[in-house]
Design a protein. Structure first.
Lengths: 120, 108
C-alpha cells in the first residue's frame, strides 16, 4: 500500500544536527513533489520545505532557511531533511508528505511522523 | 506573508451541521485544502481544491470558497468527526505553503 515512513528523530542539544529520513513505498516516488511539515507539541501545522519530483526545485520556510536542507534520492525512494544549528523552537513532530498529483500543493499522503527534541 | 485565520474551537451536537471557516485576504482566488487530525495521528486530507473529496472521505464533508472566506461543512456530525481541522493554501507571492492555525471540533 501507499506508505511514507519517517525515521531519524531523537534528542539533540541546541546547536546540534540531525538528519531525518522518509522511506516511500507503494507508488512511483519520482513522479511526486515531496514536503516536510512539522508540528510543535500542542501547536498547529507548520510547512517547512518542499522539493520537486526531480529535485531541481526547492522551497523553504523563512524560519529554517539557512539551517535546514531538503533532498531526495529517487533511486532509493527516499526523502531527507538535514537539520543544522538546531534550536529549542525546532522541537516538533516532523511529517513527510506527498503532494497530490490531482491538486497542486495538497498533501494526500502523510507519514506517521518522527519526534525531534532539542534540549540541553 | 499570507495569513489564514481559523476560529480556535467549534462545538456541535451529533447529527447537526458544523461549519469551520478559514479567513484570508482574497482567499477565493486561491485553492484551499482541508485536513483533519485526531490526537496522536497524522493529518488526513478531507477536501482539496476548495470542494473536492479524496476517495474514502464521506460526502458529509463539503467545502466552499469565495471572497475572503473558505469553509468546511460537515453534515450529520458524528462523534468520530471530533478532531482538529486545518485549512491550507499555497501563497504564490512568497512561493510558500500556508496553514491556518486550526479549529478544534468538539462533538457534544
Amino acid at each position: 500500500q501507499v506508505q511514507l515512513v519517517e525515521s531519524g528523530g531523537g534528542l539533540v542539544k541546541p546547536g546540534g544536527s540531525l538528519r531525518l529520513y522518509c522511506a516511500a513505498s507503494g507508488f512511483t516516488f519520482s513522479d511526486y513533489s515531496m514536503t516536510w511539515i512539522r508540528q510543535a507539541p500542542g501547536k498547529g501545522l507548520e510547512w517547512i520545505t518542499s522539493i520537486s519530483s526531480s529535485g531541481s526545485s526547492k522551497q523553504i520556510a523563512d524560519s529554517v532557511k539557512g539551517r535546514f536542507t531538503i533532498s531526495r534520492d529517487n533511486a532509493k525512494n527516499s526523502l531527507y531533511l538535514q537539520m543544522n544549528s538546531l534550536r529549542a523552537a525546532d522541537t516538533a513532530v516532523y511529517y513527510c508528505s506527498r503532494e497530490a498529483l490531482t491538486a497542486n500543493d495538497a498533501f494526500d499522503i502523510w507519514g506517521q511522523g518522527t519526534m525531534v527534541t532539542v534540549s540541553s | 506573508s499570507y495569513v489564514l485565520t481559523q476560529t480556535p474551537s467549534v462545538s456541535v451536537a451529533p447529527g447537526k451541521t458544523a461549519r469551520i471557516t478559514c479567513v484570508g485576504n482574497n482567499i477565493g482566488s486561491k485553492s484551499v485544502h482541508w485536513y483533519h487530525q485526531k490526537p496522536g495521528q497524522a493529518p488526513v486530507l478531507v477536501i482539496y481544491s476548495d470542494t473536492d473529496r479524496p476517495s474514502g472521505i464521506p460526502d458529509r464533508f463539503s467545502g466552499s470558497n469565495s471572497g475572503n472566506t473558505a469553509a468546511l461543512t460537515i453534515s450529520r456530525v458524528e462523534a468520530g468527526d471530533e478532531a482538529d481541522y486545518y485549512c491550507q493554501v499555497w501563497d504564490s507571492s512568497s512561493d510558500h505553503v500556508v496553514f491556518g492555525g486550526g479549529t478544534k471540533l468538539t462533538v457534544l
